[in-house]
Design a protein around this ligand. Structure first.
Ligand SMILES: *Cc1c(COP(=O)(O)O)cnc(C)c1O
Length: 363
């Protein structure tokens, strides 16, 4: 094949600033050692039999489009959460729903405020929307600095994201500080509370975001089936938002985006949440065990309220991740900043704790 010549198509200049997605490398095989990927905050448990059965049932009608209204899942969520169906909007993962939230609120040049470091998808979806990111550094304990975030709001701000618990650093915001923050946000600015890891939280100061949304017409809550529900591969997430916002979101959604497999799996997972909750509790117990072991070794570990923890390694982030890789463990380094480690299979967690101890001894 001859090399195609460079395309003369004019692309938006913002694309030069958006990193191309580099897929996580599969763990390097090490002779005689099971490889584990604890770099994407996935649920280590395979789907429940009842969920697999629902997916298999849905597979026989793949020649059909899915229910575009996502009716049954929306009704189940409406009942579960105690919110009107008209306040729900689904999408192919909650990152897609965040993209829709940006597309319904932001014109080019508008500003979106969020903490940094936070979820790596935020700068990408904001840039693609045409808006400008305003990143507010997390504080010394890797928590959102909500006072500084309130101060960063200008008359160009259209949307603020509060990621709680914060990916990748771990802490959740407190209910009182979130309410104080909302009192300072102009009523026409949408505040999106991204609760991808809500089910793993254990602190009693964690906000009841649904109560907060009920009290504030400018608040939307983002949730996902990817983490606690273990359906990352099927792509389904949703927003709870007031009627006007939710209606606009449904207009902005990719037509027929949420597949029937995903709709049926999410429904079956809601029905089986008691079983899934046992797994969530086990992941939380493992998280507590790993964090305690690391602190015992002398590591500084910020409060970990998700299914992951953060090691603020600075310049050592990449070398530390390489040391893990050499032992067939894939973790997620953020160069010059830190390493995020998901809570995985207990053997993976044990190996990680051992590598962390060796790392400190070798310093
Ligand atoms: C994983 C994650 C999501 C969910 O992503 P999906 O698109 O639903 O898989 C959303 N927000 C944060 C902060 C996350 O870490």
């Amino acid at each position: 094949m001859t090399e195609p010549s460079a395309s003369p198509v004019r692309l938006r200049s913002v694309l030069a600033t958006v990193p191309a997605y580099t897929p996580g490398r599969p763990p390097t095989p090490v002779e005689g050692v099971t490889a584990y990927k604890i770099s994407s905050n996935e649920n280590p448990y395979p789907p429940l039999p009842s969920v697999l059965e629902a997916v298999a049932g849905a597979a026989s009608s793949l020649n059909r489009y899915p229910d575009m209204g996502v009716t049954a899942l929306t009704a189940a969520l409406s009942e579960r959460l105690g919110v009107p169906a008209s306040h729900l909007a689904t999408g192919t993962g909650s990152v897609a729903v965040l993209g829709h939230l940006l597309s319904i609120t932001c014109e080019p040049g508008d500003e979106v405020v969020y903490a940094w470091r936070s979820f790596e998808a935020y700068p990408i979806v904001v840039a693609l929307s045409g808006a400008t990111s305003v990143q507010v550094p997390v504080d010394a304990e890797a928590r959102h600095d909500l006072d500084a975030m309130a101060a960063a709001i200008t008359d160009r701000t259209r949307l603020v994201v509060v990621c709680t618990p914060n990916n990748p650093t771990g802490p959740a915001v407190r209910e009182d500080e979130l309410r104080e923050f909302l009192a300072k946000v102009p009523r026409d600015v949408l505040v999106v509370v991204d609760e991808a890891y809500l089910e793993f939280t254990t602190e009693d100061t964690v906000p009841d975001a649904l109560a907060i949304y009920r009290d504030h017409p400018n608040v939307a809550v983002l949730r996902t089936f990817s983490k606690a529900y273990g359906l990352a591969g099927l792509r389904v997430g949703y927003a709870v938002a007031h009627e006007e916002v939710a209606t606009a979101l449904r207009k902005a959604a990719t037509p027929f985006g949420v597949s029937d497999l995903a709709q049926q799996a999410a429904l079956a997972s809601l029905a089986a949440y008691d079983e899934l909750e046992v797994r969530v509790e086990q992941i939380v117990a493992e998280r507590e065990r790993v964090v305690a072991a690391l602190r015992e070794q002398g590591w500084t570990v910020p409060e970990a309220q998700g299914n992951f923890l953060w090691l603020p390694l600075g310049e050592d982030a990449v070398p530390f991740a390489q040391a893990c890789q050499a032992r067939a463990l894939t973790v997620r380094p953020f160069a010059g900043d830190g390493v995020r480690v998901s809570v995985g299979e207990s053997e993976a967690n044990d190996r990680f704790v051992a590598i962390a101890a060796e790392w400190l001894r070798s310093r």
